[in-house]
Design a protein around this ligand. Structure first.
Ligand code: PLP
Length: 638
């Protein structure tokens, strides 16, 4: 391989921060393609994402497509469980680790099934937060040694369902989030004749941090205060159910950015646990909730899209803090439950989209030749272009910014014409381009001018919907790793942001991972005629996969499930393809009847045929075309 290519590959790995957010699962191969290392080993199997894309194309599956790497999912489940086991072994902790996967993070059946299967040796269970999720958990989790933990607000039906689970010998723990739930549990346990397993969620005083800080603290929506905990226990004792209290739970919020918050929470909850055990209760499980963070931007910092700790630290800190409290109080070490979902699922899926067009900021120019009687604003702009030098570029920059604003005002007041405005715009972008060239040669660039690249950035129009596939980038400014999957052996030259195909001006991504924090644009490659350019949105396996909405009726994406196979020449095979939403499917979810729609159009076309306005053959074709659009994929076809 030429040195130039090798250097470009290294530079691109760094530019897109692959090694940092990739967590060992992603790398750039010698062909300049992004690839997946399902075993996190460079000498292990390697799945070239471009080869996956080619196979998807050969099966006529249109893009955009979700690709799931099931081996990553399995690997994350093993890592979480093994790391906790190792941390416990190392410090001589006596309890076990019995994690549960919170289905809300990604409820897709195949995902949950894979997690259960991979977690079987560890008795890894499930967590549900609603009746529908409980219905799913009851049918999927058949391991009688694993836990099913129930959170969320509960009505009578929810608790009846939980007791149905107890009747088929599942370890279902109902976590009381709200004081009134005690009474329903007590009444139904007696009525249905079951021995319940009860947990309580403590409302800790520790305030979380990051975007989900509101999940704990005095004003949190969930959890019991100390008085409520004690009164609840009195209530349970009165009904002979004190022994049913098996679990103490807390949750300080998702994506905990700073490990100190978790340590404080474990300390506070550990003290509650110790006091309850010392008062004679036999609580077996200590549930630390979710929140184990994912380093989306690869910065390993306490910024909102990152975390300042590793999985090893996370596990070791929980174990150490809890162990110390128990040893000091001279009580048994509880089993530790974690409900981490984001960490388990984020890496396994990505969205692959193709670039369908470019919206240039600068290239579409208008003839700017001098005409007699032109407005002075135009002449001034032309002079600025002429006078620009290495010495005065900041001054000119300031001038033209003002002139551009003046031009818009003048246009609105009818002082300059549409043609003059087009000339000024063209000259403006020419000057900005020249200033950029000058800046490249300058030793020092004033901070204000550093955003000039962003000003010039084009928009790559990608075949996907932000609202369906990356809801959190829109809703809460979550950073997701976004990068091309091919041509990584070439240096990218185009500064751009990403626009989606919804007709919403919010349907865009203009926050990207950059060296120091984030940038409003991303470097991508110039498009080549007749060659597809694929962009991936990564770490979409947690929440993004399932939270998407139907904005513009685009609906769910095609999905391809990939398994690693070391014996296969490409190291992978497509195990399953799940078709994305058809137009008729998304329409019927909005109460349309595709049949009636098709019939109506047919009737109208037939009438035009009768009236001789459409040829019969053409009429048949038009009807077929309408029907095939109804059956087709909702995204753009190219
Ligand atoms: C959302 C939630 C989780 C999952 O949190 P992650 O940050 O995805 O690990 C766990 N427990 C409870 C109670 C939750 O509400």
């Amino acid at each position: 391989m030429s040195d130039k290519r090798k250097m470009a590959i290294n530079a691109n790995s760094e530019l897109y921060n692959v090694e940092r957010w990739g967590n060992g699962y992603f790398a750039v191969n010698e062909k300049g393609h992004l690839c997946v290392l399902p075993e996190k080993r460079e000498d292990g199997p390697t799945i070239d994402i471009l080869e996956v894309i080619e196979e998807i194309r050969s099966q006529d599956i249109p893009f955009p497509t979700v690709i799931r790497f099931h081996d990553i999912l399995r690997s994350q489940v093993r890592l979480l469980n093994q790391t906790f086991r190792e941390a416990m072994e190392e410090s001589g902790y006596k309890g076990r680790f019995v994690g549960v996967y919170p289905i809300k993070v990604n409820q897709t059946r195949e995902v949950v099934e894979e997690i259960i299967e991979a977690g079987e040796p560890f008795d890894y269970g499930l967590e549900a937060g609603s009746k529908s999720e409980l219905l799913a958990a009851l049918s999927l989790n058949e391991n009688r040694n694993s836990l099913t933990v129930l959170n969320g607000y509960k009505d009578e039906e929810y608790i009846r369902l939980a007791f149905l689970g107890r009747k088929i010998e599942r370890k279902i723990v109902i976590v009381v989030e709200n004081f009134s739930e005690f009474a329903i549990i007590i009444r139904l346990a007696e009525e249905m004749n079951v021995v319940p397993l009860i947990g309580i969620r403590a409302k800790l005083s520790v305030q979380g941090a990051g975007r989900w800080a509101g999940s704990s603290g005095d004003r949190a929506k969930f959890g019991l205060t100390c008085s409520e905990i004690l009164n609840g226990i009195t209530l349970l004792k009165r009904h002979g159910l004190a022994d049913s209290l098996k679990l103490l739970h807390f949750h300080v919020g998702s994506q905990i950015p700073d490990i100190r918050i978790l340590k404080e929470a474990v300390s506070e909850a550990g003290r509650i646990y110790a006091d309850l055990v010392l008062s004679g209760l036999n609580i077996e499980y200590f549930d630390v909730g979710g929140g184990l963070g994912v380093d989306y931007d690869g910065s390993r910092s306490s910024s909102n899209s990152s975390r300042n700790y590793t999985l090893q630290e996370y596990a070791a800190d929980i174990v150490a803090v809890l162990q110390q409290i128990c040893d000091q109080a001279n009580i048994h070490h509880p089993h530790i439950v974690s409900e981490s979902g984001r960490y388990v699922t984020a890496h396994h899926s990505c969205v692959i989209t193709n670039v369908v067009d470019i919206i240039h900021q600068t290239t579409n120019s208008f003839n700017t030749e001098k005409t007699s009687g032109e407005h002075i604003l135009v002449s001034n702009m032309r002079e600025s272009a002429r006078d620009l030098t290495m010495e005065n570029y900041q001054e000119i920059y300031n001038d033209v910014q003002q002139s551009k604003l003046d031009c818009i005002q003048a246009f609105k007041l009818g002082v300059i014409s549409l043609e003059e405005r087009a000339k000024i715009e063209t000259l403006y972008w020419k000057i900005i381009g020249q200033i950029r060239d000058i800046m490249k040669r300058a030793d020092f660039v004033p901070k204000e001018l550093q955003q000039i690249d962003e000003l010039r950035a084009s928009q790559y129009l990608c075949n996907f919907s932000v609202f369906q596939s990356a809801a959190d980038t829109w809703a809460i400014h979550q950073l997701l790793p976004i990068m091309p999957v091919n041509r990584l052996d070439e240096r990218p030259t185009e500064r751009c942001s990403i626009a989606d195909i919804t007709c919403d001006s919010d349907g865009k991504i203009d926050r990207f991972i950059a060296k120091n924090g984030y940038a409003q644009s991303l470097l991508l490659h110039a498009l080549r005629k007749g060659e597809e350019y694929y962009i991936g949105l990564f770490l979409t396996g947690a929440y993004q996969d399932v939270m998407g909405d139907m904005h513009n009726l685009f609906g769910r994406l095609n999905e391809v499930h990939i398994y690693c196979d070391d014996d296969d020449p490409s190291d992978f095979y497509i195990e399953e393809v799940i078709k994305g939403a058809s137009a008729q499917h998304v329409l019927s979810t909005m109460q349309y009847s595709p049949e009636i729609m098709a019939r109506t159009i047919k009737r109208k076309i037939d009438r035009q045929v009768h009236r001789g306005k459409i040829q019969p053959r053409e009429g048949v074709k038009l009807i077929d075309f309408y029907e095939s659009c109804l059956e087709g994929y909702t995204y753009l076809k190219f």
